[in-house]
Design a protein around this ligand. Structure first.
Ligand code: G3H
Ligand code: 13P
Ligand code: ZN
Length: 316
């Protein structure tokens, strides 16, 4: 069942975080739904501009609607990840999305507010909620490149002002994470003092953490042993997910880790069986491994086991 993103946030706030997983293909969709049912967790399925162009937005919509029929127990929201203004309007008009993200974080404050407000007005007219971004994560985003050294954490006072002026429903904050597989060079992690300062000024307001992949070291080692070259890849400590959730982080975005599972499964499979060319065999392994990975993330986020309680709360 597709629900409003804000319904998921209302149930999760301060207790657990909802996993927001990027998908690009059928195998990811099947693994994601299975992993969430196995762990009895609500979830957010998110589509980037790149995914909508890679797999065709109509194909993605059809696959998600079919997955909803195959897994009737599932409760989830559909979200546009890192949208530009035009793509936001397209998704709002489509009637398929629960929420959109307008990412104008590369623009100056006033312009970010103005763009976000236009999207909020269009989205709210259709009952859709809007995630905006303030501050800059390090790493590479779809249409923005930011050096790690230029990455700047979200300023709490600006966050309060931004939410007031833009009317957005949730805020992606730069709190020390970055996109991709190379997040940290040393022992850095989430800046909890910053999250707390933002929550103090915006109590009850859903915060979003991008760049949340953990880049499991065993996964990286297996990929490298099977011919990969991911040297020095490092991610977020998964023990930090729940403490962040308690401070109002309701949505935790994970994409890179899923790509690592895919890469490990396929590299190992074709290394061990160089004569094989039936992609369905590693495809099946991937779906099972991705489902396991998703269930393990939901456990760490605290969303595992929340499905029935959410279902009850949606009835009231
Ligand atoms: O933050 C970006 C997400 O990981 C989506 O990546 O734009 O390559 O689909 P993508
Ligand atoms: P990762 O690269 O850490 O998976 O982050 C994904 C993300 O933030 C999607 O918006
Ligand atoms: Zn992101």
């Amino acid at each position: 069942m597709i629900v409003a993103t804000k319904q998921l946030f209302a149930h999760a706030y301060g207790k657990y975080a909802v996993g927001a997983y990027n998908i690009n293909n059928l195998e990811q969709i099947m693994g994601l739904f299975k992993g969430c049912i196995d762990s009895q967790a609500p979830f957010i399925i998110q589509l980037s501009k790149g995914a909508r162009s890679y797999a065709n937005k109509q194909m993605l919509e059809a696959m998600i609607r079919t997955a909803e029929e195959i897994f009737p127990e599932a409760i989830f929201a559909v979200h546009l990840d890192h949208g530009d203004e035009q793509t936001c309007y397209e998704c709002i008009e489509s009637g398929f999305y629960s929420s959109v993200m307008i990412d104008a974080s590369h623009s100056p404050f006033e312009e970010n507010v103005a763009i976000t407000k236009r999207v909020v007005d269009a989205a709210h007219a259709k009952g859709i909620s809007v995630e905006a971004e303030l501050g800059m994560l390090g790493g590479v985003e779809e249409h923005v490149q930011v050096d790690e050294k230029n990455a700047c954490l979200t300023d709490p006072d600006e966050a309060l002002e931004f939410v007031k002026q833009s009317g957005c429903d949730s805020l992606a904050c730069a709190i020390g994470t970055s996109h991709g597989a190379y997040k940290f060079s040393g022992g850095q992690g989430i800046h909890f003092d910053r999250v707390k300062a933002i929550q103090d000024l915006l109590p009850g307001f859903p915060l979003v953490m991008h760049g949340s992949s953990s880049v499991p070291q065993d996964e990286v080692e297996r990929i490298n042993a099977a011919g990969g070259e991911l040297k020095g890849a490092k991610g977020v400590d998964t023990a930090q997910y729940l403490p962040a959730a308690k401070l109002g982080v309701c949505k935790v975005n994970i994409d890179t880790d899923g790509r690592l599972v895919w890469t490990r499964v396929h590299r190992e499979f074709f290394k061990e069986q160089p004569g094989n060319f039936d992609f369905r065999t590693p495809g099946k392994i991937f779906m099972a491994e991705y489902a396991k990975f998703i269930a393990s993330r939901n456990e760490l986020l605290g969303s595992a086991g929340e499905l029935e309680s959410l279902r009850e709360s949606l009835k009231g």
